[in-house]
Write a protein that binds this ligand. Structure first.
Ligand code: FE2
Length: 202
């Protein structure tokens, strides 16, 4: 398969005022693209070249040692951002419905309890990384965070919802106020996409 920068399903300014246009543009065209280019350079001419990035990250033990760090960092950055743009929509926000809503209630007690855990994971992730809602290796709903560009796929998890908490994702608008950015994110969460991922994973 070819590795390409995905186009967004919405305009750069479509998530305003929650996520600003300039951040979206730089994040997608510069940061995401840089991960993609470095990932392509790392796998070029190796046994991994052409394999889906998710498959590569799901099998970290098969990554040749000499390119492992580059693939984990840049392949992770490429894959995580591919997913992140799908997590958001100008028609997003609110709460999930259907089976996902039921499962969140069953596992966490309520939607708000899950949200609180997710916010805590996002705020307390030291330095750069991601907050996640996903299925753990036992297939149970789980909230957590990863450092840098580490993918939950590499520990056998299936990611359903993700939030980028690298400073490049919020600094222009929110500066040091990461909690304000996290709170704003809930207004644009594309629950239809998260529900679809949940159905497919089950
Ligand atoms: Fe990012």
């Amino acid at each position: 398969m070819k590795y390409e920068l995905p186009t967004l399903d919405y305009e750069y300014n479509a998530l305003e005022p929650h996520i600003d246009e300039q951040t979206m543009k730089i994040h997608h065209q510069k940061h995401h693209n840089a991960y993609l280019e470095k990932f392509k350079a790392a796998v070029k001419g190796t046994v991994l070249d052409g394999k889906p990035v998710e498959e590569i990250l799901s099998n970290p033990d098969t990554i040749p040692a000499e390119i492992k760090t580059a693939v984990i960092n840049n392949g992770g950055g490429y894959a995580n951002h591919n997913m992140f743009w799908k997590m958001m929509s100008p028609d997003g926000g609110g709460e999930p419905s259907g089976k996902l809503a039921e499962e969140i209630k069953r596992v966490f007690g309520s939607f708000d309890a899950m949200k609180e855990l997710f916010n805590k994971a996002a705020v307390t992730r030291f330095g750069s990384g991601w907050a996640w809602l996903g299925l753990d290796e036992q297939g149970k709903l789980h909230v957590g965070s990863t450092a840098n560009q580490d993918s939950p796929l590499s520990k056998g998890h299936i990611p359903l919802l993700c939030l980028d908490v690298w400073e490049h994702s919020y600094y222009l608008k929110y500066q040091n106020k990461r909690p304000d950015y996290i709170e704003a994110f809930w207004n644009v969460v594309n629950w239809k996409e998260v529900e679809k991922r949940f159905e497919e994973a089950k």
